[in-house]
Design a protein around this ligand. Structure first.
Ligand code: MLT
Length: 316
């Protein structure tokens, strides 16, 4: 019987589906790299979320490995070129957590506009700081959406429902898709100049790494509010901190960090930063969906050779 390692915490449906399909699931979460290296050769498939990093070294030790499924969308914790070399198929579940992630970004935007986490902490502390927490309305404000794929498109849709003007920058989006979504496509500089809020929904790659830097921030409206529920690596964190201190950026809502888990960070303790621990996709709804999909996809490939949402399918 083929064995599939569930290496990160996933909904119980994952194990159930694998078993029903005739595979042997092994749940071992929270392993250190050396522990994983010691047992990785046993497995035909591995399912991960974001906690496990499948490095080149681990992939090289995975003697029987045929497939990796990411219960989620980002595959930046998997060394895809190493998987290509070892003929290991890498799949993700790109739609399962779209709505949850988009809803978190919208919640972060609302929280930024009305200082909800700060006001909550202050009120619980017995202070009554009505003046301090004056906010701004979203109606009529401009939201810049950078990256308008699955998640960005849902954010844009919800923001239009909130009566915001939505500008989108996405170098691969067609004019037809923009029309379909009812959004206005602009260049990056125009988006920076006109947006009151900017939300990022891009993958991390050489083009997006460090894209929120000094130069980009200088082009933004003074007092802009930023939301990052994409990847920490797109921020030059020191540049953002400087802009938060100067008021060039009025607020940052951040779910992702260059180094995770982030138990210490230069943003922590700043009054104008709202921080969450990479939970945008962490809803019961999304986690059941991505866990089921990852299990089904890996079973389909290991048992029938069927590739679904394969990242490197053309090279395997
Ligand atoms: C994703 O890539 O799917 C999200 O960042 C959620 C996650 O990592 O769990």
């Amino acid at each position: 019987m083929k064995k599939v390692l569930i290496a990160d915490k996933a909904d119980a449906i994952c194990e159930k589906v694998l078993r029903e399909k005739g595979l042997e699931p092994v749940v071992k979460t929270g392993m250190k790299p050396e522990e994983l290296k010691a047992c990785i050769a046993e497995f035909d498939g591995i399912i991960v979320r974001s906690a496990t990093t499948l490095t080149c070294d681990l992939i090289a030790a995975a003697a029987k490995l045929k497939a990796v499924a990411r219960a989620g969308s980002g595959v930046d914790n998997i060394d895809v070129p190493a998987c290509v070399t070892k003929k290991v198929l890498v799949m993700n579940t790109p739609f399962g957590n779209t709505v949850s992630t988009a809803e978190h970004a919208v919640a972060m935007m609302m929280a930024l506009a009305r200082h909800i986490p700060q006001a909550n902490a202050s009120t619980h502390a017995g202070k009554w700081e009505k003046k301090k927490f004056e906010g701004v309305e979203l109606t009529g404000k401009t939201l810049g959406v950078i990256g308008c794929g699955n998640i960005g498109a849902v954010v844009a849709d919800r923001a239009m429902g909130l009566k915001m003007k939505v500008l989108v920058y996405d170098p691969v989006m067609t004019a037809e898709r923009a029309r379909e979504l009812g959004v206005h496509m602009v260049g990056l500089d125009e988006l920076y100049q006109k947006s009151d809020f900017i939300t990022y929904h891009v993958v991390i790659n050489p083009a997006t790494k460090g894209m929120i830097n000094k130069d980009a921030i200088a082009k933004m409206k003074k007092g802009v509010r930023l939301i990052n529920c994409a990847r920490g690596g797109i921020m030059v964190e020191a540049d953002i901190k400087e802009a938060l201190l100067s008021g060039q950026i009025a607020g940052l809502a951040c779910d992702v960090y260059a180094k995770e888990p982030a138990t210490e960070h230069i943003f922590f303790g700043m009054e104008n930063v709202i921080a969450t621990p990479h939970i945008a996709a962490s809803t019961k709804d999304a986690q059941v969906t991505v866990a089921r999909q990852a299990a089904e996809q890996i079973a389909d490939y290991l048992l029938n050779g069927k590739k679904t949402h394969a990242i490197n399918g053309d090279k395997i």
